[in-house]
Design a binder for this molecule. Sequence first.
Ligand code: COA
Length: 169
Amino acid sequence: MQLRTLSLDDTAAIDLVATRMRETLIEVEGEAVGGAMYSMDWLRDRVHWHLDGRAAEVVVADDATGAMVGHTIYRIESGGAALSAAPFGLISTTYVAPEARRLGVAQGLLAHAEEWFRKRHLLLSCTWTSETNRPLIALYARNGYVEAERGPNQLTQTMMVRLTKALTP
Ligand SMILES: CC(C)(COP(=O)(O)OP(=O)(O)OC[C@H]1O[C@@H](n2cnc3c(N)ncnc32)[C@H](O)[C@@H]1OP(=O)(O)O)[C@@H](O)C(=O)NCCC(=O)NCCS
């Protein structure tokens, strides 16, 4: 597996990431809700937003044939009343193609994100997911993350959990 950081001119890869963000929503929320949440244009813009000079990265995993089998998006966020006052690392999304699952792709993407956070001296890494997303929660639990907060998604009312881990330098 090879990890690659996208830039704004990687248009084909950006399109595929946006498509898979939609597939993620469908897998987690179901076809009716997940498929209707955002348009493809909105999702593409969301990938672009992360590549537009922000403290963020969009990283894709390619297999030995060069096929893109997974991606993750992460960024630096600054506090909020319920969160840490200091800047922290937020892993916004992760997806692995069904045929490439349980091969360690998401594990590699998560380690890559944490390394990026550590290099920027962030003390906390976190992500949000649905409380029913057992594969993702299992992945984060084995990496030392614990549930720190929960609350309903404003759009779908799905109960979401925030998983956090203190980063050691
Ligand atoms: C969650 C997801 C990213 C995991 O990707 P993956 O590449 O298959 O995960 P890995 O192979 O790196 O798994 C590492 C560990 O995580 C845990 N894990 C991963 N998938 C699991 C599953 N389906 N059930 C239980 N544990 C799981 C296991 O501990 C696993 O180690 P093991 O295979 O040695 O038991 C993938 O299932 C996915 O893309 N799901 C749909 C999209 C999604 O829900 N994204 C998150 C939205 S917030």
